[in-house]
Design a protein around this ligand. Structure first.
Ligand code: PXG
Length: 288
């Protein structure tokens, strides 16, 4: 496997980052997870825009243009002969002395991995996921905005561990007010009386690229969609529910905390959304 690392393509074995990189020492950096479908990078420009917003929010000034990063992303896929896969684009604060101060790091680093990902077993896309609410709350946005896709994923990782302890593959994180924020690596949607509803990003959700595609799909399918505060009660009593994410794509949810959602089977609207999503990923995107 060839990895793009600071302007060069290197073998996987030579793709190394210093132990003095603040991305490793302090989680000081940002990243994107991007999908490649049939030679098209799905919504690459939106991902690169979000990367720029994340970097700006942590005062990390990226010395590369969007075009340079976009070209490097496509070239990484080509170098690895990939037509379908998962792209991990990481920007770190770079090498610096010990100490938190980011100004100890003169030069940020960038690397791009293009590989495969399978987040959930294939059968869960037809049977639906059974998920749980975990005690770990989504990080308070006044402390650290969940909209920043940073290298600090411990909040999500702890929730993921708790999900596993309860025998589930994914977990709902509530925000500090008790409203549903999102899952560990996915946004959440419910369908109630024909309406698609998702928590606002201000409730502690990442502004998912897949989430934004769902708004376009709802328009295409002429289904009403809106952002609203959401409680566990709303999810228990929804007709359908599904999660979205670059790795997860669109996956039905059939149970939360032991309560069956709707019929306990993936819902009809969810199926239509999933089919539309699968059509779109093959046509939308940047050709590598
Ligand atoms: N919320 C969180 C916390 C995420 O990490 C999403 C929502 C969905 O956003 P997108 O833009 O992907 O629709 C994410 C994304 C992984 C992995 O390796 C996780 C994500 C994306 C890609 C890979 O588990 N999470």
């Amino acid at each position: 496997m060839k990895i793009y690392l600071d302007g060069k393509f290197v073998d996987q074995a030579d793709a190394k980052i210093s132990v003095f990189d603040h991305g490793l020492l302090y989680g000081d950096g940002v990243f994107e997870g991007i999908r490649l479908y049939g030679g098209n990078v799905f919504r690459l420009d939106e991902h690169l825009e979000r990367l720029e917003y994340s970097a700006k929010a942590i005062l990390l000034s990226m010395p590369w243009s969007r075009k340079e990063i976009s070209d490097a992303t496509c070239e990484t896929c080509r170098q690895n002969g990939l037509q379908d896969g998962y792209i991990r684009l990481v920007v770190t604060r770079g090498v610096g002395d010990l100490g938190l101060s980011p100004w100890l790091c003169p030069k940020p680093s960038i690397f791009i991995i293009a590989n495969k990902i399978a987040l959930y077993p294939p059968e869960t896309y037809t049977t639906g996921l059974s998920i749980v609410t975990v005690p770990t709350r989504r990080v308070n946005s006044a402390a650290f905005s969940p909209a920043i896709k940073s290298l600090n994923y411990l909040n999500n990782i702890l929730a993921k561990i708790e999900a596993k302890q309860f025998g589930a593959l994914e977990a709902i994180l509530l925000n500090d007010q008790g409203y549903v924020a999102e899952c560990t690596g996915d946004n959440i949607f419910i369908i109630h009386k024909g309406e698609i509803i998702t928590p606002a990003a201000s409730q502690g959700a990442l502004k998912g690229i897949t989430r934004s595609a769902i708004f376009d799909i709802a328009q295409e399918l002429k289904l009403p969609i809106r952002e609203a505060d959401m409680t566990r009660y709303d999810v228990f009593n929804a007709d359908e529910a599904f999660l979205t994410g670059t790795a997860a794509e669109v996956i039905p949810v059939v149970k939360l905390d032991g309560r069956e959602i709707g019929t306990g089977k993936p819902g009809k609207i969810t199926q239509r959304v999933l089919e539309s999503f699968r059509r779109r990923v093959l046509t939308e995107g940047t050709r590598i």
